[in-house]
Design a protein around this ligand. Structure first.
Ligand code: FES
Length: 140
């Protein structure tokens, strides 16, 4: 039965990723891109990949971490410090510092990622979201 166990589990299991010490983000004055290791369990396989995220400065909004994936068609947005907004190079959507949609074809703002403080480290749960829909919907 142990050998078959992975067959009966969910296809993919999300886990918390360590984004680094909280102290590294306490003094941010604008969103900072950070690359985190994301581990997924798929049956018997454990797959680790590196994913970018944006950590927001304290007080920037309701959420602490944003996915850089544009909810229009999935391009990675860029923080443009001079303009103080996120910009999607593919079709020009613009998002505020807290991820709100300002303009462009994207159907909603940038998606937040769940995060928590654990023993002085910022942990992030990396997820994927459905594109082209107006509401945030986790798909994996
Ligand atoms: Fe971002 Fe189209 S993929 S605006």
């Amino acid at each position: 039965m142990y050998a078959l166990d992975p067959l009966f589990r969910k296809t993919s299991t999300r886990s918390w990723s360590d984004a680094g010490p909280e102290s590294a983000f306490d003094t941010l004055s604008q969103p900072a891109e950070q690359v985190i290791p994301v581990q997924r369990v798929d049956g018997w396989r454990v797959i680790t990949s590196q994913k970018p995220i944006y950590v927001l400065p304290p007080g920037a909004g309701e959420h602490r971490v944003l996915s850089p994936v544009c909810p229009h068609l999935g391009c990675d947005v860029e923080w443009q410090g001079g303009e103080k907004h996120f910009f999607c190079p593919c079709h020009g959507s613009v998002f505020a510092e807290d991820g709100r949609l300002l303009s462009g074809p994207a159907p909603r703002g940038l998606d937040y990622l769940d995060s928590k403080d654990q023993e002085g480290h910022l942990l992030v749960q990396y997820e994927y979201f459905r594109m082209l829909v107006p509401d945030r919907e986790v798909i994996g």
